[in-house]
Design a protein around this ligand. Structure first.
Ligand code: FMN
Length: 213
């Protein structure tokens, strides 16, 4: 299953950005690196990041990381990313980014908070590698398309996000996994019984914090 072509997408509000439909790739050995401040503004981007994004270093540094946001990424995935990072956890995620000219590229990202000596979070750091194409095609692209469709079904972005969060949580519930287990095992053959008694990860709407219920 391929990624839906840009022209057939119904995009809303700030999602109205040009997408060329052209995918960029990068070598298996390359690592795309960025660092951000606490708000997600870029403080560092390595050469590989700069080259693939199509922006200059000057255009990137100081800008929000969302400069690369591709409207085909479900909002809920960024909610999960921020939820994990702000609670001090690392996260692995498949992400599709948008280049300056509207091309796109897929990554398998690891993001983590950076701490000072007292344990305070002082920023965030992310390394990205080439994703496994089969996992993308068979699992991630269909999942993201479903989540995105759910988000687009609602007139308010907030309602859309609530609905896609429920959808993701119920998918994880059905699998009996938290997000970390899902991402570590997606597309791989699973052996033995499911680990039980693990605390389920989720987002608490009242406290707006990442919780493991
Ligand atoms: C370390 C780190 C790395 C990030 N990497 C990306 C990325 O590669 N692409 C992206 O669209 N957002 C990335 N984000 C998330 C953005 O900050 C933002 O939440 C996302 O683009 C959604 O933007 P929006 O909330 O303005 O729609 C990253 C955030 C952090 C802290």
């Amino acid at each position: 299953m391929g990624w839906p072509r840009a022209r057939s997408q119904v995009l809303k509000r700030n999602d109205k950005v040009h997408l060329s439909g052209v995918e960029r790739t990068f070598p298996e050995d390359d690592i795309i690196v960025s660092k951000t401040d606490l708000k997600g503004n870029l403080t560092y981007a390595n050469k590989i990041f700069i080259d693939i994004s199509g922006y200059t270093e000057k255009e990137l540094i100081g800008q929000p990381h969302s400069i690369l946001r591709n409207p085909q990424m479900p909002r809920v995935m960024f909610k999960v990313l921020w939820c994990m990072l702000q609670s001090g956890s690392e996260i692995f995620a498949y992400v599709v980014n948008r280049c300056k000219n509207g091309d796109h590229y897929w990554v398998y990202a690891h993001a983590t908070p950076s701490f000072d000596l007292k344990g305070n979070i002082i920023g965030y750091h992310s390394n990205r590698r080439v994703p496994d194409r089969r996992i993308l095609e068979e699992h991630i692209i269909p999942l993201y398309a479903k989540l995105r469709e759910e988000e687009q079904r609602h007139t308010s972005a907030k309602d859309g996000l609530t609905a896609s969060t429920k959808m993701l949580e119920s998918m994880l519930d059905d699998l009996g996994m938290d997000y970390d287990e899902f991402i570590a095992t997606v597309g791989k053959e699973r052996h033995g019984s499911r680990p039980s008694g693990r605390r389920r990860q989720g987002y608490d709407k009242e406290t707006e914090r990442c919780v493991w219920a």
